[in-house]
Write a protein that binds this ligand. Structure first.
Ligand SMILES: [Zn+2]
Length: 69
């Protein structure tokens, strides 16, 4: 049977598979590529709930790990 390789991010083995899997899910959600509605540049998460455009510097309020435009 072929094994599916899932790359788990961040947490070490001591945290257990359940938390490592959910951490990975959130991590990928957070690091998704998002486009700025103003200039089309990339948006990064500056702090919890604060998202900033790298190019034009616009700040957008979102949820802690996700941004819905
Ligand atoms: Zn922008």
């Amino acid at each position: 049977m072929p094994q599916k390789n899932i790359v788990l991010k961040g947490l070490g083995a001591k945290y257990g598979i359940k938390h490592r899997k959910s951490f990975t899910q959130v991590h990928h959600l957070m690091k998704q590529k998002r486009k700025c509605p103003e200039c089309g540049g990339s948006i990064i998460r500056e702090a919890v709930g604060i998202w900033t455009c790298k190019k034009c510097g616009i700040k957008i309020a979102g949820t802690a790990y996700d941004l819905k435009l």
